[in-house]
Write a protein that binds this ligand. Structure first.
Ligand code: BGC
Length: 416
């Protein structure tokens, strides 16, 4: 279809929709199933409901969204795409390349998205110059979540280096606590791993290995060291880590059974949902060794091409609600992330949120902001899944560190 014809059609649809009183509804596919995430979904559902748009829930559990993306593929193949889908980085680009996503240019122009969405996000929200997704937040993955009462009891200060981090975990383990709350699922292993890569090799190494997929970097001594750090961490998780959901790992820190969790700031959503306050019952700091960097991912809503005018109108209403500055505050206070818009005040955010916003801006300006591999912002879904397999096999003892680095080179080569 030509652009002009498309515009005419959009205009016709809009004209039609203003005179139609058809019930508006969005069916939203997402993977926000934990307590904190469900509370965040609630804020979106309420915002839409205030605007007269109904919500049909399509949750598919599993951080990183791999399972949600499998369900999405099945729905689209069956000719029944959901109206709106939570999506990450490179997946948005893949679906846009297939021509499956609705064009949001009119709304984006009307609301001036280009001026308030940072470049690092626009790179994923737009495809060939057209807006195809609305970003609701920015998460970052290189965080440690800590129980402050336990730190005090153990006499542990906030660790600034890898060695101090290991000593702190040793103190917790010696005292009979779980040092590191972790859930053995591939995406969680990968979330922790990317901070080891950054911590060992710094920004250049992260870029070369995770983004540029340089075989030399992937198979290097530094990569071996990143895997060795994973082995150290493996020594600090409890016996029941296998298969545990991330929010149950957060609960271990919340309940004082575990000292630390390495996880993206969606974990803060769990602490907040449990009634805890940042800087009081819990604290947050960057994974030691990654202090001057931010690995990010952004949840965006992509709208699938649908022919029903009422559904199209609902999509526009949803994208508009997602991009509202007030909504980005309400939502992100609950979600643990920070706003995707750069023009939103940090005043209402807690200590971790304010730190997150400040560091994000600094990293973006200083060239130390990198897409999260584990959460779809460093490389394509097929490369990401290949990395997951190697990282998780190694974490479960199938490979030693040298073999894992060699396997990573091969797996990435095959996946490309
Ligand atoms: C998403 C977050 C989500 C987390 C755990 C990440 O990939 O970006 O919004 O909370 O997975 O489910």
């Amino acid at each position: 279809m030509t652009m002009l014809k498309k515009l005419h059609m959009t205009a016709a649809v809009l004209a039609l929709s203003t005179t139609t009183v058809a019930a508006q509804e969005v069916e939203v596919l997402h993977w926000w199933t934990s307590g904190g995430e469900a509370a965040a979904v609630g804020t979106l559902r309420d915002a839409l409901s205030d605007g007269g748009v109904g919500w049909v829930d399509m949750p598919v559990a599993g951080g990183g969204g791999s399972d949600a993306m499998t369900v999405l593929r099945a729905r689209v193949t069956a000719g029944d795409p959901p109206t709106a889908v939570q999506m990450l980085g490179f997946s948005i680009q893949d679906w846009a390349a297939e021509g499956a996503l609705a064009n949001l240019n009119d709304l984006a122009a009307e609301q001036g998205w280009a001026d308030v969405v940072p470049e690092a996000l626009q790179r994923f929200s737009t495809y060939e110059g057209n807006w195809v997704a609305a970003p609701v937040n920015v998460h970052s993955t290189n965080w440690v979540w800590a129980n402050t009462a336990l730190m005090e009891e153990l006499g542990v200060e906030q660790p600034g280096s890898w060695d101090e981090f290991v000593s702190a975990m040793q103190a917790a383990q010696d005292a009979g606590y779980t040092a590191l709350a972790h859930g053995g699922q591939a995406w969680q292993d990968a979330t922790v791993f990317e901070s080891m890569v950054m911590g060992v090799g710094g920004p250049e190494f992260y870029q070369a290995s995770m983004v540029d997929l340089d075989p030399e970097a992937l198979g290097s001594d530094m990569m071996v060291e990143a895997f060795q750090r994973m082995e150290t961490l493996r020594g600090f998780v409890d016996d029941n880590f296998s298969g545990r959901d991330w929010n149950l790992a957060s609960a271990m820190v919340i309940n004082g059974d575990a000292l630390f969790q390495i996880m993206g700031d969606w974990a803060k959503g769990e602490f907040v949902n449990a009634g805890l306050t940042a800087g009081e019952e819990f604290t947050c700091f960057r994974v030691p060794g990654t202090q001057d960097t931010v690995t990010f991912n952004s949840d965006q809503f992509a709208m699938f091409n649908v022919s029903d005018p009422a559904a199209q109108e609902a999509q526009t209403a949803m994208a508009s609600a997602v991009m509202s500055p007030e909504f980005q505050i309400t939502f992100n206070l609950v979600k643990g992330s920070v706003p995707a818009r750069t023009d939103v005040s940090a005043d209402q955010f807690d200590m971790c949120g304010q730190m997150g916003m400040e560091q994000l801006a600094e990293a973006a300006a200083g060239g130390t902001l990198f897409g999260s591999m584990a959460h779809g912002h460093a490389n394509t879904p097929s490369v990401q899944n290949a990395m997951y397999d190697v990282i998780t096999a190694h974490f479960n003892g199938e490979y030693d560190a040298e073999t894992a680095a060699a396997e990573l080179v091969t797996a990435v080569e095959i996946a490309q």
